[in-house]
Design a protein around this ligand. Structure first.
Ligand code: CMX
Length: 438
């Protein structure tokens, strides 16, 4: 069977040819017009980025190289003894567009485990941070410092050919993905359990299995399977979201993958992006406190109305692009339905009951274009159920995950020779001049 590098080496020339043909044949074709409202409205809906790993359909939700989440759950190899998709099989799919065999998946796991330990200067750096420094700030700084190791930056300095850039971007990306669990786990230990031992990386375990061990939950099989699924599902959500777009933008200046992904993490740390799942949990716990552990549908409805009448949004509902239920939410709910330990969990039951009444309430309320739950309606609540109750850490887990998609695209950006990103900006006066002429 072919290795990841061999598989990619075969696909790269095909994709390069595809891009060349697209440019030659359709370079002049229009994908839509740009309105003034797009320019002042965060560029919503403008088709202005190339992104290979996934495409988000407003109704069907995310597809990874055309594969829906239920498809992925059928065909992507799980961990040894597990059932859920793992980071390695998702990464393989994102990078190559192909479904890995079990053997290919295990080989990738072995490679990541072998490269998972942190250089000593990085351990020292993390250990020097104050415990009160936000875990995302710690993660972003440590990822940036890892660029000391960058093969891409070293190769660039040596003056390697442009056509070889992608091979070095791939090496850096795999090295970073391998090290993220140890980084993230050390930050967790230092911030919440100083002095506690961190479990060693097992050479024959998958990336997230090792991450959960290092976090200190090695005997919690439910948590392991949940985080495998969570990290695979959050890996990529097409290119325009802040974290994905940032990695692509910074990488376009030929900053190495460590610097590019560090920048991306600081975007993920924003409350409008990566922090939403902790908001849902906070709101759910307040509702649980208010109506008790066995709240009825009617009590939940009443609480929803109270939230809306208080001028607040229902966290975990609605979406900027999606117009139907988020398939990632559905996948997490299906996970809850099959895990026996979750059947009696009060918080998980509350998530489920809320999802049964909230769409009706939001429809009646009549504002949101999508009254359905998004993935955040449940993701943080599951972490809480499994005992990871430190809210501020949740975005770090998202950060371990999003590397899969953001770094995949960086490899493709270099393989396809995409140029530095440089959109045109206009001042209001300049816009007025243009629109007054037409
Ligand atoms: N509860 C109450 N009102 C809501 C709502 C909700 N969950 N979702 C949207 N609305 C309101 C909006 O505030 C807006 O009201 P105004 O016209 O008064 O400004 C109106 O409905 C129309 O909004 P929209 O076009 O449906 O949604 P947007 O694209 O503007 O916003 C989002 C999308 C996610 C920010 C919004 O639905 C929201 O705030 N949801 C709750 C927070 C949340 O779950 N965030 C996680 C998003 C997950 C992800 O990005 O992956």
């Amino acid at each position: 069977t072919k290795s990841l590098r061999e598989t990619l080496a075969e696909i790269v020339p095909q994709k390069q040819a595809q891009l060349k043909e697209l440019k030659a044949k359709h370079g002049e074709a229009s994908l839509g017009e740009i309105k003034v409202e797009n320019l002042i409205g965060g560029m919503r809906g403008l088709k202005v980025m190339l992104w290979e790993g996934s495409v988000l359909d407003p109704n069907e939700g995310i597809r990874f190289h055309g594969h829906s989440i239920p498809d992925c759950q059928k065909v992507l190899p799980p961990a040894k003894g597990g059932k859920e998709i793992i980071a390695e099989s998702m990464l393989w799919l994102l990078l190559t567009g192909k479904i890995p065999t079990e053997e290919q998946t295990r080989e990738l796991s072995k490679e990541l485990a072998a490269n998972g330990n942190l250089p000593q200067y990085i351990e020292k750096l993390i250990d020097s941070f104050p415990r009160t420094l936000h875990p995302m700030t710690q993660l972003g700084m440590a990822v940036a410092a890892l660029n000391h190791e960058s093969k891409f930056a070293a190769a660039y300095e040596r003056g390697v050919k442009k056509t070889e850039y992608w091979t070095y971007a791939l090496e850096d990306s795999l090295s970073l993905i391998a090290k993220l669990p140890a980084l993230a786990a050390r930050i967790y230990r230092n911030t919440y359990y100083p002095g506690k031992d961190i479990a060693p990386i097992k050479a024959d375990q998958d990336l997230v299995g090792n991450y959960v061990d290092m976090l200190g939950y090695s005997s919690n099989e439910g948590m392991k399977e949940y985080l495998r699924l969570y990290i695979a599902l959050h890996g990529d959500h097409e290119g325009g979201n802040v974290s994905a777009h940032t990695a692509h933008l910074v990488g376009s200046a030929l900053s190495d993958p460590f610097l590019s992904y560090s920048a991306s993490l600081f975007g993920l740390a924003g409350p409008l992006h990566g922090l939403a799942n902790q908001e849902v949990l906070r709101w759910m716990l307040a509702m649980q406190e208010a109506i008790g552990p066995d709240g009825t549908h009617d009590q939940i409805k009443e609480y929803l109305w109270k939230t809306l009448k208080g001028g607040q949004v229902i966290p975990g509902y609605g979406h900027g692009v999606l117009r139907d239920p988020d398939p990632r939410f559905t996948a997490l709910q299906n996970f809850c339905d099959v895990r026996p330990e979750l059947k009696d969990s009060p918080i998980i039951q509350l998530v489920k009951k809320t999802s049964e009444v909230a769409p009706g309430v939001l429809r009646e309320h009549g504002k949101t274009r999508n009254p359905n739950p998004n993935v955040d309606a449940t993701s943080g609540c599951l972490l809480h159920h499994y005992g990871l109750t430190e809210f501020k850490y949740y975005t770090v887990i998202f950060g371990v995950s999003r590397a899969l998609g953001a770094l995949t695209q960086l490899v493709w950006d270099r393989a396809l020779g995409l140029p530095i990103e440089r959109p045109k900006s206009l001042s209001m006066d300049a816009i007025e001049k243009i629109v007054n002429k037409s």
